[in-house]
Design a binder for this molecule. Structure first.
Ligand code: CFM
Ligand code: HCA
Length: 531
């Protein structure tokens, strides 16, 4: 380890230090370096992570408006996941179904924990059905459900039979995996098994795609919808932002899947390819250059002169607007330092936006991503499968037996494009794109956060609500890259402009130097501990 890493881990007991050191790397972009990721957080360490239920219910299913997401558990779990993520939705008409502002819960009590909660769950499903007549209900397990052995799948099957609508369960108990990441996988499996392919839809346009891993935080998906519409691409379904379960049912009718957040949704992309032969590519719409690159890559896939011309027209027009704002702000932000520690993909994507402002990312990491999100998908075959990963159902997907649904044309197209060097099914990860010697840390702890701030004295720190005020009390502004605080959208060209203006506000001010905390000069709590 480097002297900085040595210093960061110096406060830990020996065994803990050894383990944490494996999650820290002084980056060397052109060399293969292995980072420890997706392993249990050491008990006692203050982590940024959340739970499996959060990844399943809150993240993947949460932003879909026409399914009732019913939480089987104590009310706190529902309250936690109730409108906190800023995933926006826009029903097409005022009378369209939208259950997102409700919190549906079985409100488990001690009595249910002792005698079982299945009866209450059935009642709750019937009640939700009577009140709203939804087309689908998802049932989400919280920690106690797994502990007492309630069978959400059996109850869902029974209720599906009784009520005649699509009802399915998720074994996404909070503790089931080491983080939210397990919840993504569980959600992907169930959505694929119970939703994708349920319905068909006749083709309406020449170019059809799904946007995977875009959750419409702060309106991000709205920006992208407008962009696709303008260039003439039909967006069939988004998994899941401003989304409907109905559109996911015919998501298998597209020509291409584009993957924004690789961590949370790569499973569905892979499964759709195995079953239907639909290829996928990695996309990034954070930053104007990244947006242009992704649009061009999509254009190259469809290979249509009119589409390509339209894409170029939009890029030229919008890039010029972005450049004007960038040129005005960049002289004031150039040379500043940033750090970002967010879930599983933004810590990578947002480095692009900072780069456009001349801001260097000196340290970054994910809360719960896997080695492939750091080092690239090439390492997947070498990732050791541990007991925690084995705890998550791995479903086997085979080629559809319906010849009309198998897209041989796309399989051939993929092969032909690959010959020309076009990359499918790949994500190169964050580390190859970071500067030499930048510090990469997985599942950063609170102590490590404080050490980094002391060492680098960054101009801005990007993370979540739990970190926000602690970091700001040390005189460093914190931009939430989860909820965007009150801002956004930040995707595509318009989003880049919003982000640049926000960074100007946060970086070009002396106000943070004035932050003074009483404990700096006069510690309020003084103590010592003997072990
Ligand atoms: Fe993907 Fe996300 Fe993220 Fe994520 Fe999340 Fe999120 Fe995130 Mo918060 S799906 S990994 S589980 S981009 S909720 S919209 S902001 S941690 S970096
Ligand atoms: C989650 C959701 C979260 C939390 C954000 C935060 C989000 O992981 O359960 O810690 O500020 O984006 O809302 O990641």
């Amino acid at each position: 380890p480097t002297p900085l890493i040595e210093d960061i881990i110096s406060k830990y007991p020996r065994k803990v230090a050894k383990k944490r050191a494996k999650a820290m790397i002084a980056n060397t972009p052109d060399e293969d370096q292995e980072i420890q990721a997706n392993v249990r957080t050491i008990p006692g360490i203050i982590t940024q992570r959340g739970c499996t239920y959060a990844g399943c219910k809150g993240v993947v299913l949460g932003p879909t408006r026409d399914i009732i997401n019913l939480v089987h558990g104590p009310i706190g779990c529902s309250f936690y996941a109730w409108l906190t993520r800023r995933n926006q939705t826009r029903p097409e008409t005022p009378t369209d179904e939208n259950y997102m502002m409700y919190a549906f819960s079985t409100d488990m009590q001690d009595e249910n924990i002792v005698f079982g909660g299945e009866v209450k769950l059935k009642q709750a499903i019937r009640e939700a059905f009577e009140l709203f007549k939804p087309k689908a209900i998802g049932v989400f397990s919280t920690c106690p459900v797994g502990l007492i052995g309630d069978d959400v799948h059996a109850v869902s099957r029974e209720m599906k039979e009784e009520l005649g609508i699509n009802i399915f369960g998720f074994s996404c108990e909070g503790y089931r995996g080491v983080s939210q990441s397990a919840g993504h996988h569980i959600a992907n499996n169930q959505v694929f098994k119970n939703v994708v392919g349920l319905n068909d839809r006749p083709r309406k346009s020449k170019f059809q795609l799904n946007l995977l891993g875009e959750y419409n935080i702060g309106g991000d998906a709205f920006e992208l919808e407008a962009l696709f519409e303008e260039v003439g691409i039909e967006l069939i379904s988004t998994f899941s932002g401003n989304s409907t379960i109905k559109s996911m049912e015919y998501a298998h009718t597209v020509d291409l899947n584009i993957v924004m957040c690789h961590r949370s949704i790569n499973y569905i992309a892979e499964m759709m390819e195995e079953k239907y032969g639909i290829p996928w590519i990695k996309a990034n719409f954070i930053g104007s250059e990244a947006t242009a690159k992704t649009l061009r890559k999509i254009g190259e896939f469809f290979d249509d002169a009119e589409l390509t011309a339209k894409i170029e027209e939009v890029i030229a027009r919008e890039s010029a607007k972005v450049k004007e704002v960038m040129d005005a702000i960049k002289p004031k932000t150039e040379g500043k330092l940033a750090m970002m520690f967010v879930g599983g993909s933004r810590a990578h994507h947002y480095q692009e936006l900072f780069k456009e402002l001349g801001v260097t990312t000196v340290s970054a990491g994910y809360e719960f991503a896997h080695r492939d999100d750091y080092e690239g998908r090439k390492v997947i075959p070498n990732i050791k499968i541990d007991a925690d990963t084995r705890n998550i159902e791995e479903i086997t997907v085979t080629k559809t037996e319906n010849p009309e649904l198998w897209r041989e044309d796309l399989v051939e197209k993929k092969a032909a494009l690959e010959k020309k060097g076009y990359e499918f099914s790949d994500y190169e990860g964050m580390m190859p794109e970071m500067t030499k010697n930048s510090l990469v840390i997985d599942d950063i702890s609170h102590l490590e956060t404080e050490k980094l701030i002391e060492f680098y004295k960054p101009d801005i720190f990007c993370a979540g609500i739990k970190e926000k005020y602690v970091v700001q009390k040390s005189g460093v502004p914190l931009k939430q890259l989860h909820s965007y605080d009150y801002g956004g959208p930040y995707t595509a060209f318009g989003g880049a402009i919003n982000f640049f203006k926000e960074m100007e506000r946060m970086l070009v001010t002396d106000v943070w130097k004035l932050v003074d905390t009483p404990w700096k000069s006069e510690p309020e709590i003084v103590g010592s501990m003997t072990i």
